[in-house]
Write a protein that binds this ligand. Structure first.
Ligand code: DNO
Length: 347
């Protein structure tokens, strides 16, 4: 296991100097943030991230994300050309020594929450999701304030985009994903890169938009679209875990060799399609974090891991889910789980 930490670049208040002090930290997970989705990343920008990491004793093996332009997802006329650009970015990242690229195939919105700072009993606050609240908001009236959402869309653009998906069924989205993967996976393979698709968060369709990377069965379908070690999964436990029928230890064990990257975090399910983000340990939420890590290790997982969203604690203020303290606590816990489980297995 290689422990990593997400770094949002130059403007991230959580500096590399801080990240390197988290015990056993191997590297950063980052991206080039100076160009919009669908553009070629300059070699200079990529190498700048790498050099900054190396200067702080950290590796830059994992990119999260190379965003997939909407037009590829809904299969517009420029999809092929935009996929060529995507392939060029894979080649460039390969040249820079990147080993894993995390991406997602969620239409329009990335991860969604109804509340950004839900107060918890111990005084911490964290992200929370309640389907009823989300569905009562109108995305076209700018009522949504979402952590992972590209707010650079104007209301008109957003309306246009949502319309484009009106005719895109889940099956059509699968077909577009297959076309995309058939083009990019051979390029990833020859550049020694694993593509790691991020599950949809939450793992069900929302606002009438299809979502397909949601369940064990659909993960299997994804892996079979292109049967290559470069066609992999980001095991995001908090995303998949919002659906109680997703048996995470089982999924982790079954797909371990096709999981180059894991986002390990816990959530507490508080009702049907309702959950809160909580501290990483098993006892704090609904997910068996020990069971998940044990399954990964037993399944032969040999990839990158990062603590995922943290709560805001000790008065910290900052990017929702991406403060320092609780993610660092998560990293320490993850280190402990892996050390104990690997030693037990005699590794
Ligand atoms: C949220 C993240 C996601 C993830 C993308 C991957 O914290 O896990 O935003 O980076 O979905 O493309």
């Amino acid at each position: 296991m290689k422990l990593t930490f997400r770094w949002y670049g130059q403007n991230d208040p959580i500096t590399l100097e801080k990240i390197r002090q988290i015990p056993n930290m191997y590297g950063i997970v980052s991206a080039v943030y100076d160009v919009p989705a669908g553009s070629v990343w300059s070699m200079e920008s990529i190498m700048r991230v790498k050099t900054q990491a190396l200067n702080n004793g950290l590796e830059f093996d994992v990119v999260e994300s190379v965003p997939v332009p909407e037009e590829i997802k809904y299969g517009g006329p420029n999809a092929k050309e935009l996929t060529d650009v995507y392939c060029e970015n894979i080649r460039r990242l390969g040249k820079a020594g990147v080993k894993c690229i995390c991406y997602n195939f969620m239409p329009v919105f990335d991860w969604l929450r109804s509340e950004l700072a839900h107060k918890q009993a111990d005084g911490a606050n964290a992200l929370a999701y309640d389907e009823k609240t989300v569905l009562a908001m109108d995305p076209l009236k700018s009522e949504l304030s979402l952590p992972g959402w590209d707010e650079s869309y104007t209301r008109e653009q957003l309306g246009g985009l949502i319309m484009k998906y009106k005719s895109i069924s889940e099956e059509k989205l699968w077909a577009n994903l297959e076309t995309f993967l058939k083009q990019i996976i051979p390029v990833a393979e020859s550049n020694d890169i694993s593509m790691a698709i991020h599950p949809d968060d939450p793992p069900w369709g929302i606002f009438g938009l299809p979502r397909i990377i949601t369940t064990e069965r659909n993960l299997e379908r994804l892996l079979n679209l292109v049967d290559s070690p470069s066609n992999g999964i980001t095991l995001c436990t908090g995303s998949l875990g919002a659906l109680p029928e997703n048996d995470l230890p089982k999924i982790a064990k079954r797909f371990a060799k096709r999981i180059p990257f894991a986002h390990l975090r816990n959530i507490l399910r508080t009702g049907n399609r309702q959950f809160q983000e909580v501290a990483h340990p098993t006892s704090c939420g609904s997910l068996d974090m020990y069971g998940i890590v044990k399954s990964l290790v037993e399944g032969g997982f040999d990839g990158y891991v990062r603590p995922d969203h943290g709560r805001m604690i000790w008065g910290e203020d900052g990017r929702y889910g991406y403060g320092l303290y609780d993610r660092a606590l998560g990293a320490a816990y993850i280190n402990g789980l892996f050390e104990a489980i690997e030693k037990d297995m005699g590794e």
